[in-house]
Design a protein around this ligand. Sequence first.
Ligand code: XMP
Length: 484
Amino acid sequence: MYTEKLSKAKEGLTFDDVLVMPRRSPIEPRETEIKSVFSKRIKLNTPIISSPMDTVTEWEMAVAMSRIGGIGIIHRNMSRNEEATMVRRVKRAESLIIRNVHTIDQETPISVARNIMETKGIAGFPVVVGEKLVGIVTKRDMEFSERKEGKVKEIMTKDVVFAEDNIDPEEARKILYDHRIEKLPLVDKYHKVVGLITSKDITTRHKFPLASRDDKGQLMVGAAVGPFDIDRATLMEKEGADVIVIDTAHAHNENVLTAIKKLKKELSVDIVVGNIATADAAKDLISCEVDGLKVGIGPGSICTTRVVAGIGVPQITAIGDVADVASEFGVPVIADGGIRFSGDIVKAIAAGADCVMLGSLLAGTDESPGNEMIINGRKYKTYRGMGSMGALSKGSDRYGKFSGSKFVAEGVEGAVPYRGKVEEVVYQLSGGIRAGMGYAGCRNVQELKQKTSFVRITNNGLTESHPHDIRVVSEPPNYQLFQN
Ligand code: XMP
């Protein structure tokens, strides 16, 4: 029986065991498209997601990720209110249309308007009678007007330029530009002020053409919650999270399956669930109607699950097994953990993933919350597993909680090389994905998933794949080997 069990052992492959085969190609890397999906309703221009870890994703990382077309998932190793505040900060970082517009009545004394502008940091108001738009007054009107006394109506611009609600962003930009104005009030059919578009927000929008935005023009953000924390999940949805990520070390657990069915009834946003590593887990979770599946048991750079618990599936095999089931039901697959180079992303997608989640590659950037440190003259940032002693003692319950105050860790704490701005890191990763698509003759992510094949390689093949017989004296930004 046991020998049979051993002889039936499945072979598991990971990133370093395979390469994607080159193919006759009609396309150049610059012509490729890397847009993809994270969940059934969340589409991304860049198939990269930052991991919900307390040294990777807080609001700054989430804003940066969303601006470059990916998405950040805020970690949950903090109070519900703290996580809610972070979600709110991302949602408010940019918005095309301001909805809670500060208006001012035309009879207001100039001194009062000036005072509100200064204390609330407002640069200008649409002026109203009742709720109807009759003018606009800005800080500049105040500065250039001789009048210190009197009412707002005496210094406001009366022939105010306005637009109908739900104007197209491009049209709004044109009006702002043609009239050389900074604020465009939006009105309904009764001439009531219902919104405001500023040139600053339009400029920001133009600066980030790939950004992941919701239908109000706000940046998208995900929030991690534990499978049994309905209160946190509903709060995150209320604060505007676009997707909830159920964050557990083992999502193929019966209590988790029951909890997900409940959560599915409570929430209307998409629910992505992880982590799993088998086809059976994919089937069971898909029957709970999840909107995305996150794959990876133990491949992460900081993980010790496989050595502590003896459990896991090498990541390329895990992705393929889950994706075979998920693709039948149109459920997106996220490859989470173990990605060290852009080539690993190409392999993950060729194995069936729609996008990838990164920890270590993003933890060294300016936008991560980790601390900087210098080791042997080189700059690093702290990075730790959510199952490390440090994260567990701060409250993380993703791993290792049995009872009392002792923990059984499933992760380590350390530091990763400093990598500068997240935008630069993602630029290099996206370039690598496009290069891979060019070699494989694939125009887009769907073709990379479907039209490619793998070659299995030996350890010699792997040695040959990396630079060899040379002392590397200058590291390119997309090939930084870890140095002790
Ligand atoms: P990378 O390789 O990108 O992996 O650094 C990040 C992913 O690793 C998972 N993770 C852990 N897994 N113990 C584990 O076994 C841990 O302490 C731990 N912390 C994070 C997680 O899926 C993350 O996205």
